[in-house]
Design a binder for this molecule. Structure first.
Ligand code: CTP
Ligand code: MG
Length: 419
């Protein structure tokens, strides 16, 4: 078995004009079908995400229409920043026909590329398993130069003659000898380059790359295709991109500690808590030191991959000196809303030896629910001691933990940012 000595790259074809879908795309503000917004990203990005997730993939060449190259480049930059595909992306201008776009992509493939997968951005439903199934045989076998996915036909197919009397059935090929083929199609890069050079020299017109290898007498293996790997071509195919407004659940966890013996009056969940006689439960803090709201904010930031409150409200910033944590929470909720996240439930725990918090639980829940704009049953508050152990047990400080559930809606922000 030959060792993998060369890298595997992909050429993602997104340089078509999508003429059969032009009207529907214009109505949705997309220049062509590969730029339609789906699940918070342009259609072409979904293929990038799948191709890049396959361990054997080293990089991807993205081929865009020449007149849309700059806007597509900006779109790609934003998506790379937000989603990090983890492999290099090279952007290239396509050509007039699909095969011209492939050729153009081949020109910028690095010399280290030994196997290249050519994939249509109009097939956004490809699976990582299909990518691996298509690429892997070329890395293991020397007797083939290409691998393509194919599906047996279920319909009987006719060869026809188009005549003045109409389209006439000419003959019926044996269906068992036919396959409907898809992309990605994998090839040895040097063989595909030669095949394209020959096609150019001899004026061959093809609709896929495997046909070029067939004409060159090269062996192309057909592996099982994937029924789900459909191509978006006609207006009725847009049904496959229909979004049902489905939101993804997300959750976050937060934790905070404050030391007693400070000057800030004790506040928990935005409520002033009276200090038992003889104890100094004043809080040491830069802001108002509401340990519960701080844990809650960290949990919300956790939901959205937003870091922590230390980063959002640095101690060094005088704006947050004695700042109201309720106000800081408002900023965090605003940030969450901009990320398409709505908090749906919060479970909050304060750990303190003193003061006794049970008498304040109802008020804390009501206030936090008000701040989160949630029904009362969607906020839970618990208080516990640590049985006299540790710093809470010694009444040197107080801590809080928060668990938050939310729903995330994919936003189309990538488009607003790049247009
Ligand atoms: N493609 C390309 N360059 C071209 C033509 C097509 O990169 N000059 C790409 C398309 O972007 C698509 C894939 O090849 O991802 C398959 O082509 P097809 O489904 O025919 O797309 P379009 O050519 O864009 O659509 P239409 O034929 O309706 O104009
Ligand atoms: Mg086309």
């Amino acid at each position: 078995m030959a060792e993998q000595t060369h890298e595997c790259w992909s050429i993602l074809l997104a340089a078509g004009r999508g003429e059969r879908l032009a009207g529907a795309c214009a109505a949705r503000g997309a220049a062509a079908k590969q730029f339609l917004s789906w699940k918070g990203a342009p259609l072409w990005w979904h293929s990038v995400a799948v191709l890049a997730s396959v361990p054997l993939m080293h990089g991807i060449v993205l081929v865009f229409p020449p007149d849309l190259l700059e806007s597509a480049r900006r779109e790609a930059q934003i998506l790379v920043e937000r989603r990090h595909p983890g492999v290099p992306l090279i952007i290239q201008a396509g050509g007039f026909r699909r095969q011209d776009s492939v050729r153009s992509g081949l020109e910028v493939l690095p010399a280290s590329c030994g196997v290249v997968l050519v994939h249509d951005a109009a097939r956004p439903f490809l699976s990582p398993a299909l990518v691996t199934r298509t690429a892997a045989p070329l890395l293991k076998r020397n007797d083939i130069d290409g691998v393509i996915p194919g599906l047996p036909l279920t319909d009987t197919v006719k060869e026809v003659s188009v005549t003045a009397h109409g389209v006439l059935a000419a003959c019926t090929p044996d269906r068992t000898r036919l396959r409907a083929v898809q992309t990605p199609q994998a090839f040895r890069a040097d063989v595909l380059r030669l095949a394209h050079a020959r096609a150019d020299a001899e004026g061959w017109e093809v609709t896929d790359d495997a046909s070029l290898l067939e004409r060159c007498g090269r062996a192309v293996l057909i592996v099982d295709g994937d029924e789900g790997n459909r191509k978006i071509t006609l207006p009725e195919d847009l049904e496959m991109l229909r979004e049902n407004g489905e939101k993804q659940p997300c959750c976050g966890w937060g934790y905070d500690v404050h030391r007693y013996g400070g000057i800030r009056p004790l506040r928990i969940g935005g409520i002033s808590i009276p200090c038992p006689e003889g104890a100094n439960l004043g809080i040491v803090a830069h802001s108002d030191g509401d340990v519960l709201l701080h844990a809650l904010m960290d949990a919300i930031l956790g939901c959205m991959g937003g870091g922590d409150i230390g980063r959002m409200f640095p101690d060094s910033d005088p704006r947050w000196e004695n700042a109201s944590s309720s106000l800081m929470l408002e900023h965090v909720l605003d940030k969450a809303a901009k990320s398409g996240i709505r908090v749906t439930h919060a479970d909050l725990t304060v750990i303190a030896q003193k003061p006794k918090l049970a008498p304040h639980a109802g008020e804390i829940v009501r206030n936090v629910a008000r701040l989160l704009r949630l029904p009362l049953g969607h906020v839970n508050f618990k208080a516990t001691t640590e049985e006299g152990l540790g710093f809470t047990g010694e009444v040197r400080g107080i801590k809080a933990a928060a668990m938050v559930m939310g729903l995330r809606e994919e936003s189309g922000a990538w488009r607003e940012e790049c247009c």
